[in-house]
Design a binder for this molecule. Sequence first.
Ligand SMILES: Cc1cc2nc3c(=O)[nH]c(=O)nc-3n(C[C@H](O)[C@H](O)[C@H](O)COP(=O)(O)OP(=O)(O)OC[C@H]3O[C@@H](n4cnc5c(N)ncnc54)[C@H](O)[C@@H]3O)c2cc1C
Length: 401
Amino acid sequence: MDANADTYLGTAVGPAPAAFRLTEDQVALRDAVRDLARAKVAPRAAEIDRTAEFPEDLRRLLAAQDILALPFPAAYGGIDADLLTLCLAIEELSAACATTGLILAVHALAALPIIDAGTPEQRARWLPDLAAGRTLIAFGLTEAGAGSDVAAMTTRAVRDGDGYVLDGSKRFISQGSVADLVVVFAVTDPAAGKARRHISAFVVERTSPGFSVGRLEHKMGIRGSPTTELHFDGVRVPVDHLLGAEGDGFTIAMRTFRRSRPGIAAQAVGIAQGALELATQYARDRVQFGRPIGQMQMVQALLADVDAATAAARALLYVACAAIDAGDGDPDRWASLCKLVAGDAAMKVTTDAVQVLGGSGYLEDFPVERMMRDAKITQLYEGTQQIQRLIVARSILDARG
Ligand SMILES: Cc1cc2nc3c(=O)[nH]c(=O)nc-3n(C[C@H](O)[C@H](O)[C@H](O)COP(=O)(O)OP(=O)(O)OC[C@H]3O[C@@H](n4cnc5c(N)ncnc54)[C@H](O)[C@@H]3O)c2cc1C
């Protein structure tokens, strides 16, 4: 053990990333999405939550405003946004409505395997419609028996002539009932499980015979985002629907999470920001004991903690995005760090915001109870907080100076 603290600082995590400021383009995009979200998305949020219906109108709005095009390469009609720009858009949408922020986050998540591992022909076939928002895509990894332990999946894809035949079921698939395409992970070689080479990734079109949407889950939050089972009963896909090589599926999924987990962190920061603004306004307006509650020190402490947690999570998210794009350090660690910190911040901030509003915070009349319910999912999906901790710990323990 080396007693020199400097050695420890340099060894485990690498040098701190260079300080950065948002570029003029990033600020302009953030402000434009913020204006749109406040004018058109926020007024719909309570109804989306109450009815638990997918907001098709807002999906069309995001497509018309080219917001769904952000993660796609320019060559396929996209905006080619860097990771931070994409996250700024998810954050602003989520501050108004977490379900709407998730439309963009899931679209980006599920398209990543095609952008990352697709051939030029596969990209040309699917990306232009996705970038234009004419089609939506879902990410089919989780199964009833394979959640955190994704390698335990049992959905099979068996080679048959010029294609593969898929059998099995996926669970908890966001936008499963509204997506035109699903990236499906399935076992192609059970014997290669030890080396994590047993899984392959396929693009399945919803019109494929044998494909069906199962149970729609009833959820605590993000209620307008349809979370469904998907069933594959002898679904035949041509061989050119395989992404990468046979056996690449596990690696493709893990590489995807490097760029998608910051999107969930952005959703969490957005939710926290929404709650912070509401709690602050309420503390200015609500009078008890003859003065606004914002003048009471214990309420001030709550608000200060809420502001601190939100600002800290946002700062880490932006640094993580910049570091991942720059190839600075371990991208898995950055992605897990920002999701871990932002998810926990959103849960704490929204719970404290409900406290600031007192009994009113518990009512549907104010959006903070919705935000508290929405915040919880950011600690669960795309890997639970426990899994993020495992990834961070593994990264720093494995790091060599
Ligand atoms: C609303 C919603 C939307 C979703 N969207 C998608 C989607 O679009 N696509 C998709 O593929 N999946 C999706 N998921 C699935 C999601 O990613 C999983 O729910 C998540 O990864 C956890 O898996 P699990 O629910 O099976 O929990 P489990 O893995 O059963 O975990 C249960 C508990 O055990 C803990 N645990 C498990 N293993 C360990 C370990 N090794 N060490 C410490 N603790 C551990 C977990 O942290 C958790 O607290 C979605 C889930 C929800 C709820």
